[in-house]
Design a protein around this ligand. Structure first.
Ligand code: SF4
Ligand code: SF4
Length: 441
């Protein structure tokens, strides 16, 4: 029987419209807008000025604290502006605008270097390359990878590396394509991470709706007893860290604890590929795979996208913006967030852009709760979403805290299933923000 997590979860039509679309490299945009706050932690310090020419891969913002990450120019060109611009969060934040010229890579990068299956670097060299490259978790968490990989930071010794190839969000196919198209690079990336962690065991978790990816990676690891592929039953939100760990190991990460407290480290396949490129080719994190999709999009696609590229450019490459567009989502339909317009740039955390047609964008009229308990049944964290919403609505924040509102992983399953169209997750997010404000005040 296929493994999965036991508590809650649901099956959602996966709408993987772009799964057959190989990852294309698209022409560079005319202008890139590179936000400085692209990760969890302190934003880096800008080290370039206006009217300076930068080269592709050049450091333009330097990490200033332990939990921070470098940012490199994704293109060659002239720095036109350094100012505050609205990003995907809806807030104005500092960004560097570069007018794009033909690529000229910074010295030391070897984009054409062929794959080397031997990991010829020391642990210290690998960590330093990953830190220099500004790599952060590309599965959505955007936590700086060099911090997560530094085992000296932990009191528990790592024992198992889990690679997240689940991609359970409907519509998104970036990780799926990466597994199909770059399996050898991913295995080398996994070996690099194993070397840094000083362990020998890795499990790649992939849901059973990607049999081709399971097949190709199983063939790649056949002669490698330390790495195995675990085919998982399809269930949302299995890509969430705690649910994936439970599915693969049967272990539960307690509230307030981290996977490393169980000796486990989890990396998304996109991050593994970025680590491979940084260590073997000295390529900093300046690009990522982005799925551009939606039911009315002429050509749902997966693209290699330079960071800072405006979403509008991606949509032009996918056949244009459909007339019936009602909503633009940064990410997938379950955990993604609606954004205001097409001018926002792609950042390290952008896994997909989803355009929803008008007919699917309108929420149903909110009705009274009929106490059907469906929201409780699907909650993978064992919470009572209807109660958390009610408590937040009545501003009973202490009570919401006691009911473990902070355990919510914002998977959206409760809102999706509610027959009364209650905006459960919207209120839960408000409640969580209120708890955080209380803690910070
Ligand atoms: S799913 Fe909706 S209607 Fe049912 S108990 Fe939860 S909030 Fe109430
Ligand atoms: S959004 Fe939060 S409360 Fe709702 S199902 Fe997911 S974890 Fe549970």
């Amino acid at each position: 029987m296929l493994k999965t997590f036991p508590k809650g979860g649901l099956h959602i039509p996966d709408n993987k419209l772009s799964e057959e679309s190989p990852i294309k490299t698209i022409p560079l945009p005319k202008i890139v807008q590179i936000p400085i706050a692209q990760h969890i932690g302190t934003p880096p310090e800008i080290i370039v000025k206006r009217r300076v020419r930068v080269r592709t891969g050049q450091l333009i913002a330097k990490a200033t604290s332990m939990i921070s990450a470098n940012i490199h120019s994704p293109v060659t060109g002239m720095v036109m502006k350094i100012d505050n611009f609205t990003d995907a969060s809806g807030y104005k934040k500092p960004a560097i605008v570069v007018k794009v010229e033909e690529d000229e890579w910074v010295d030391g990068v070897d984009t054409d270097k062929s794959l080397n299956e031997n990991i010829d670097y020391s642990k210290e060299e690998i960590l330093s390359k990953i830190k220099d490259a500004g790599i952060v978790g590309l599965g959505g968490a955007t936590f700086p990878s060099h911090v997560k990989l530094n085992v000296d930071n932990y009191s528990t010794k790592p024992e198992l590396l889990i690679i997240n190839g689940v991609e359970c969000e409907p519509f998104l196919t970036a990780d799926h394509r990466l597994m199909l198209e770059k399996p050898k690079e991913l295995i080398v990336g996994i070996k690099i991470i194993l070397k840094v962690l000083g362990i020998k065991k890795a499990v790649i978790g992939i849901e059973n709706n990607k049999p081709d990816a399971i097949d190709i990676l199983e063939k790649e690891v056949k002669t490698d007893p330390g790495i195995e592929v675990s085919a998982l039953k399809v269930k949302y939100p299995q890509g969430a860290e705690k649910q994936l760990i439970k599915a693969i190991t049967g272990k539960e990460v307690p509230f307030g604890k981290f996977p490393i407290d169980l000796g486990i480290i989890v990396y998304n396949v996109g991050t593994v590929f970025a680590i491979y490129e940084a260590v073997q080719k000295n390529i900093p994190l300046i690009k990522r795979v982005v799925t551009v999709t939606g039911k009315s999009i002429p050509d749902p696609s997966n693209f290699w996208v330079r960071l800072g590229t405006p979403v509008q450019h991606l949509l032009d490459m996918a056949g244009g913006i459909p007339e019936d567009t009602g909503k633009i989502i940064n990410g997938g339909p379950m955990m993604g967030k609606a954004v205001k317009d097409f001018s926002i740039p792609v950042t390290k955390g952008t896994s997909g852009i989803l355009l929803m047609p008008q007919r699917d964008s309108i929420r149903g009229e909110v009705q009274a709760c009929i106490r059907c308990s469906k929201c409780i049944d699907v909650c993978p964290m064992g919470l009572e979403p209807y109660l958390l919403m009610n408590l937040t609505e009545k501003v009973l924040i202490d009570r919401a805290k006691k009911e473990d509102i902070m355990m919510c992983i914002e998977c959206g399953s409760c809102s999706y299933i509610c027959p009364s169209n209650r905006p459960l997750l919207d209120y839960i997010r408000l409640g969580k923000a209120a708890v955080k404000n209380e803690l910070n005040s």
